[in-house]
Design a protein around this ligand. Structure first.
Ligand SMILES: [Zn+2]
Ligand SMILES: [Zn+2]
Length: 235
């Protein structure tokens, strides 16, 4: 048995079997959540963490760890739930603009294990809402921009986060965009990778140019503006 009490509590939280406090101390709440997990595994719900329960948990956690690594968040696939897996689930949720609670509910599960919409399937690295206007109006970027940005992400080999995609006029004014911004027509998106450096600004811009996108490099703010109109400048 490799799971200590805290690992069990991480597992129960991550895999959505209730949210016992992660304190390494056994108690009635942890036992209750173990029973829920055992039910989902088709095991006897005695609330006792035995080899069968642990095997079922390890299988689920391994699958989560594999998908996190696939999504760009390197996670050791040891089948043991712990702080690294928990933090990477939250980082994945932030990237997909989901509630970053570290719990794999239905939305996170769909995002992590495969989207449902056909366009989401066409884009390997981005969910259906990641390029949409931040105000919630539903304005989206054009497919050409999304597909090319998806290829940039693929070649970059690092998480690529859309900080600003399409912008309606209200949103564009609110975030200080220029009046003729290509964000207004969904033909531009600003992207960055966590731990962005000047070298990464250059690398992302270089790949984007090769994929047929125009770029504006923001070295100070550490992001790259990508657009469908071919033009390369420095902010
Ligand atoms: Zn809007
Ligand atoms: Zn921009």
């Amino acid at each position: 048995m490799l799971y200590e009490v805290s690992n069990i509590q991480y597992f129960l939280n991550i895999c959505n079997y209730g949210a016992p406090q992660i304190d390494g101390i056994p108690g009635p709440e942890t036992t209750r959540c173990i029973r829920t997990a055992q039910g989902a595994c088709g095991l006897e719900q005695d609330g006792i963490w035995g080899p069968l329960t642990e095997a079922c948990a390890a299988g689920q956690i391994s699958a989560v760890q594999r998908q996190l690594t696939e999504a760009g968040f390197q996670t050791e696939e040891d089948g043991i739930a712990g702080p690294q897996t928990w933090e990477n689930v939250k980082a994945f949720q932030r990237m997909r603009k989901l509630d970053a609670d570290g719990i794999i509910g239905s939305l996170t599960s769909a995002a992590l294990f495969g989207g449902s919409s056909s366009e989401a399937a066409a884009l390997r690295w981005f969910g259906p809402d990641e390029f949409k206007c931040a105000c919630g109006c539903g304005l989206d970027c054009v497919l050409e921009l999304k597909q090319k940005t998806d290829r940039v992400r693929d070649r970059l080999g690092l998480p690529l986060i859309v900080s600003s995609g399409a912008r309606c006029s209200a949103e564009n004014a609110a975030c200080g965009g220029v009046p003729d911004s290509l964000h207004l027509t969904g033909e531009a998106a600003d992207v960055y990778t966590p731990g962005m450096t000047a070298e990464l600004v250059d690398r992302i811009a270089q790949i984007a140019r090769e994929e047929g996108l125009g770029t504006i490099r923001y070295y100070d703010e550490r992001f790259v503006h990508l657009q469908t109109w071919l033009r390369d400048t420095i902010a």
